[in-house]
Design a binder for this molecule. Structure first.
Ligand code: SAM
Length: 327
């Protein structure tokens, strides 16, 4: 079986696939409220092009794909793309990250299309605060989407909460209770300095090591594992099913075990969330590259993967917003 090994001997098995850079929310730490610099639709990879690239990754040993964005459910007919990707040889785990604003409508089709796992971003359970963080988001729609995903049998459903000092840090215990009640997994995320928005949000940076210590005063936390092989470090609340993951790119980075790359909607492979290293596939696809040539191009791209991000040392470095890279 082919393998993609990067210069630091990491085996790349995971692609985060952005199907759009557009979003119906404008989360304060992600995209500026008046942002207009979206990718041109003619630059978007078509479903045929995406399927071709993901098939090539599959032949090179990638087995996990996460569909993301922007907000993936604003891309028309997304469940059809999911169904095409889940049928590709070698791809045995297809997951989706969403803000859930349109999940109620699509949950069933996504499940039928072979999406196995769903992560939902949810930073607040207070409707007004949720609206203020997301600028456009309606909490009741998100909750409806979450319940629809549960209803059609997605499990586990992970809630991604960006934990921000002075913004939503007073709600962490409420979120723990909410996840306990609904049997969701909770993942707490540190803000990353991506684009101006991300850098401004760093004013609200919350060190999750400290947060974990304070949660330990209220809940008995024991070490836990979670299938998925992602960057979160998990604990379980003793006596319950609830697992809480801490994603700590800043206070304790996990680059040594990074097994992923990102493919943007424009067909750019980004080798690291926190560095500018990239490889453009779209021109090659549109010039009619062969399947073997495409695989060679992917191997060349992986050779560019840097050792690690430098969010701490060079917080001004990344000019892309998360929504442009694919979060
Ligand atoms: N729209 C989808 C969603 O809401 O999950 C997928 C894309 S979104 C960019 C992916 C994740 O990135 C979300 O959980 C969001 O909270 C997170 N995110 C965006 N900008 C961030 C930043 N500067 N720091 C930390 N997380 C960020």
């Amino acid at each position: 079986m082919a393998k993609l090994i990067d210069p630091f001997n990491r085996n790349i098995q995971y692609v985060r696939l952005s199907v759009t850079d557009r979003c119906d929310f404008r989360c304060a730490y992600c995209m500026p409220k008046q942002f207009k610099g979206f990718a041109e639709p003619e630059h978007w990879l078509s479903f045929d092009e995406i399927e071709r690239v993901i098939a090539a990754f599959g032949e090179l040993g990638v087995s996990r794909i996460r569909i993301t964005g922007g907000e993936p459910l604003v891309r028309r007919n997304l469940p059809q793309l999911a169904a095409r990707l889940s049928n590709l040889a070698g791809i045995d785990d297809l997951s989706l990250s969403t803000n859930a604003s349109q999940l109620a409508r699509h949950a069933q089709a996504l499940k039928q299309g072979g999406v196995s796992r769903i992560n939902v971003s949810l930073d607040s359970l207070k409707p007004e605060r949720f609206h203020s963080i997301t600028k456009h988001g309606k909490l009741d729609k998100v909750i409806e989407g979450l319940m629809a995903a549960k209803e059609v049998g997605f499990y586990p459903i992970k809630i991604n909460m960006v934990a921000m000092k002075g913004v939503n840090d007073d709600e962490i215990e409420d979120m723990v209770e909410f996840c306990l009640e609904h049997d969701f997994t909770l993942r707490l995320i540190e803000t990353m300095p991506m684009g101006n928005t991300g850098r401004d949000a760093v004013d609200h940076y919350l060190d999750l090591q400290e947060l974990k210590a304070s949660l330990e005063k209220k809940f008995e936390l024991i070490p836990a594992v979670m299938p998925g092989g992602g960057p979160a470090r998990y604990v379980q609340v003793r006596g319950t099913h609830l697992r809480i993951g801490f994603i700590t790119p800043i206070s304790q980075h996990f680059c040594a075990t990074c097994n992923r790359v990102r493919l943007s909607v424009e067909g750019t492979i980004y080798l690291c969330l926190g560095q500018e290293d990239k490889f453009e596939l779209r021109p090659l696809l549109r010039q009619g590259i062969s399947d073997d040539g495409l695989k060679e191009a992917i191997v060349q791209a992986i050779a560019l993967k840097p050792e690690r991000h430098e969010f701490r040392e060079k917080p001004d470095q990344v000019i892309r917003f998360m929504s442009m890279t694919g979060g």
